[in-house]
Design a protein around this ligand. Structure first.
Ligand SMILES: Nc1nc2c(c(=O)[nH]1)N[C@@H](CN(C=O)c1ccc(C(=O)N[C@@H](CCC(=O)O)C(=O)O)cc1)CN2
Length: 288
């Protein structure tokens, strides 16, 4: 079997175009445009690129972005105060604090200070709890984007074996819960998992989010499996690559997501979706 690539860039462009229409409708009906506060602390080069891309995506969709750039030396208390002021600002529908934060600032404290109503990243403990018990709420953007990718290829999770490699709070755990919500039989594998290749070979759907360049080769993949690569790594030549050795798995999988151009662009598209959803909620409306 030769796998097809799932084009995350094209799917993200479609979702962003849909959000542009929703924003225009909201503006026509209520004279209001959604606003996203984007907070970046420090000079992390990758974070600067992601934040720039998020702001550009907002602009293209007609979403107002409220940009807050703070120096690396910003104290935790100053950042928490900024978040509190954004919570109180009625023109701000969503608050995004770009991660990672400098080491002297607690991610958890900052995330938990964001109002759950504005938690468009879906990282707040309230959003996590809602996902756990199957109640509506903001879903983290990367797993939500992957769910959209699965829908785009008509992959029905029900009864399928899914293996999620990685147990982070922002990808692995929420991804596992979202697949469970879709009636997959889910295994979370991690650094202590014994015989990882054998566990992965059980999977009809393999989602890899471990941050180890090209870890997953054909030996990890069942014939016909769908392989989703969440990695954003550098290979031995410094070239961007994922956690999956795409060339190696192409012959075995039915679908593979590329890096770049796969899951990454979907993360940004789902951020816009969550922001529009937050703004619609103000007017008693929802996306569907
Ligand atoms: N507050 C948040 N922080 C972080 C998140 C997040 O969802 N919210 N996720 C990641 C980084 N991230 C978004 O912030 C992100 C990473 C990568 C991409 C992307 O489009 N990647 C491109 C390649 C980009 C490149 O050339 O370097 C791709 O895969 O095609 C988008 C968003 C951690 N922090």
């Amino acid at each position: 079997m030769t796998a097809k690539l799932i084009d995350g860039k094209a799917l993200a462009a479609k979702i962003r175009a849909d959000m542009k229409v929703k924003v225009a409708q909201l503006e026509a009906e209520h004279g209001y445009r959604p606003g996203l506060a984007v907070v970046l602390v420090g000079e992390n080069p990758a974070s600067q690129v992601y934040v720039r891309n998020k702001i550009k995506a907002c602009e293209e969709a007609g979403i107002r972005s409220i940009e807050k750039r703070l120096p690396e030396s910003t104290s935790e208390e100053d950042l928490l105060n900024l978040v509190r002021s954004l919570n109180e600002d009625p023109s701000v529908d969503g608050i995004l604090v770009q991660l990672p934060l400098p080491k002297h600032i607690s991610d958890l404290k900052v995330i938990d200070t964001i109002s759950p109503d504005k938690d468009v990243d879906g990282f707040h403990v309230n959003s996590a709890g809602r996902l756990l018990v199957g109640r509506p709420g903001f879903r983290p953007c990367t797993p939500a984007g992957i769910a959209e990718m699965l829908d785009s290829i008509g992959f029905d999770c029900s009864g399928k074996r899914a293996v999620v490699v990685g147990r982070s709070n922002i990808v692995g755990k929420p991804m596992a819960l979202m697949l469970l919500e879709r009636n997959a039989t889910v295994t979370i594998a991690h650094s202590r998992t014994k015989d990882l290749p054998a566990v992965c070979r059980e999977a009809d759907l393999l989602v890899v989010a471990v941050g180890r360049a090209k870890l997953v080769t054909a030996d990890y993949v069942k014939e016909g499996a769908v392989v989703i690569d969440v990695g954003m790594d550098r290979d031995e030549n410094g070239k961007l690559c994922g956690d999956v050795n795409t060339e190696s798995v192409l012959e075995k999988a039915s679908y593979v997501t590329p890096v770049p151009g796969g899951v990454g662009p979907m993360t940004i598209a789902m951020l816009l979706t969550n922001t529009v959803s937050a703004a619609l909620g103000k007017f008693g409306k929802s996306l569907n």
